[in-house]
Design a protein around this ligand. Structure first.
Ligand SMILES: Cc1cc2nc3c(=O)[nH]c(=O)nc-3n(C[C@H](O)[C@H](O)[C@H](O)COP(=O)(O)OP(=O)(O)OC[C@H]3O[C@@H](n4cnc5c(N)ncnc54)[C@H](O)[C@@H]3O)c2cc1C
Length: 390
């Protein structure tokens, strides 16, 4: 295994090995092609399934690894360092898994969590809507009881793994009660359901392998057995499950991007020779200082993420505040580190359409995926003041 993709931290060694092996063998070699062709990373997701990693967050009694936030942060980093699109697809699958697992019925454990642990099922989150944008916790899609089913109508946007997942964790409200947060509800919609109508293929500035597509929900019939928790539980899911798992997973992916930017800078500077002088760029004080700043910026962000994830795993009341702060910090770090790499790799980096271009574009999603940095700053400030985040 090459030095560049190893992560030394504290993952159980078998999981660290599995993730690094898939990252090096499958994800890294395909990353530029997936970005160029905006292609969903089927082979990477398949390799993660075969390595048993789709069940990272599934309880051990159901065949999974029973891991939590800290392992999620570390695995997402390992994958994000190799291919951020695949890491994002994997991360959204994990967040969807956490939502299902939080209050799964025995039937949902059998139909969804066991197949996930066996690598036979990919899930994802379908919360965002075109009307409410980054206020992803305010769905306007509706669910209406109809015998043993619900009829679901509405629109979703930016569904990562859209059209490729086997199930979609979707949010909706009871018709007529759109303004009452107490009625928000999570449901599992299975792939191929009649009325789940996909929009155009995804073509993003970055994260181009994500298949983050829009979908129309046109009178989809969802069995009542696919209700997650109780009707009206969604706000509980948002702050107890979606926010911690989503923010930690995303932060891991963007730390991976930051590490890749540092790796690229070090490789370029170390190997750089001029023809007019024997002086090495690697010994230039300004360059050395910039590399030092990059290392410190990355490591600070990583330490805050690991601290926050450990607080979350321990159920600490301080966890939410630390997780909000960590995601804000990691987003800033990923953008800063990729910008620094651009400067250090110089005109050659600017010229080439390759890894650096991909990292620069992928890092930008860190601020705009919701909870966006704007929203997180509001949640963070309010929680420091002892106010509820919303
Ligand atoms: C690559 C990618 C993958 C995604 N994957 C998923 C997914 O799998 N599932 C899913 O459900 N969603 C997903 N999303 C959607 C994402 O989480 C957001 O919902 C979406 O990006 C919102 O975009 P918008 O243009 O509607 O934002 P807008 O809501 O229009 O926001 C525009 C700007 O205004 C700011 N803003 C908005 N409201 C406030 C406020 N109250 N205070 C301060 N600033 C504010 C925002 O921070 C943002 O900077 C994805 C998005 C991207 C880009």
């Amino acid at each position: 295994m090459s030095e560049t993709l190893q992560r030394p931290y504290s993952l159980p060694s078998d999981l660290a090995f599995l993730a690094s092996d898939v990252a090096e063998r499958v994800l890294a070699p395909q990353a530029e092609e997936i970005d160029r062709d905006a292609r969903w990373p089927r082979e990477g997701m398949q390799a993660l399934a075969e390595a048993g990693l789709l069940g990272l967050l599934v309880p051990e009694r159901l065949g999974g690894h029973g891991q939590g936030l800290h392992a999620l942060a570390e695995i997402a980093e390992v994958l994000g360092r190799a291919c951020s699109s695949t890491a994002m697809c994997f991360a959204m699958h994990c967040v969807g898994t956490a939502v299902i697992a939080a209050k799964a019925t025995p039937d949902q454990e059998r139909r969804f969590l066991r197949p996930i642990a066996e690598g036979r099922h990919v899930t994802t989150l379908a919360l965002s809507e075109p009307g409410t944008g980054s206020h992803f916790y305010l769905p306007r899609s509706t669910f209406d009881p109809d015998g043993e089913s619900y009829v679901v109508n509405g629109k979703k946007s930016f569904i990562t793994n859209g059209g490729h997942a086997d199930s979609y964790v979707l949010s909706a409200v009871a018709p007529g009660s759109e303004l009452d947060p107490g009625t928000f509800t999570c449901l599992l919609v299975e792939a191929g359901s009649a009325g789940l109508d996909w929009g155009a293929p995804w073509s993003g500035l970055g994260m181009r392998g994500n298949s983050s597509r829009a979908a129309g929900l046109n009178r989809i019939s969802v069995p009542k057995a696919n209700l997650l928790g109780e009707e009206g539980d969604q706000i509980w899911y948002i702050f107890e499950v979606v926010a911690p798992y989503f923010l930690t997973a995303m932060a891991g992916v963007y730390i991976g991007i930051g590490q890749a930017a540092l790796d690229l800078s070090v490789a370029h500077i170390s190997g750089h020779k001029f023809s007019h002088t024997t002086a090495r760029l690697a010994e230039n004080p300004a360059i050395v200082e910039q590399i030092a700043d990059m290392w410190a910026r990355l490591e600070r962000a990583r330490r805050l993420l690991h601290y926050a994830a450990r607080l979350g795993d321990a159920g600490s009341p301080e966890a939410a505040t630390a997780i909000f702060a960590s995601k804000i910090d990691v987003a800033d770090a990923a953008v800063a580190l990729t910008n620094s790499a651009m400067q250090l790799v110089g005109g050659r980096g600017y010229q080439a359409d390759g890894q650096l271009s991909r990292l620069l574009r992928d890092a930008q999603a860190a601020h705009v995926m919701s909870p966006t940095t704007h929203l997180l700053k509001s949640w963070l400030g309010r929680s420091v003041l002892g106010l509820p985040p919303l």
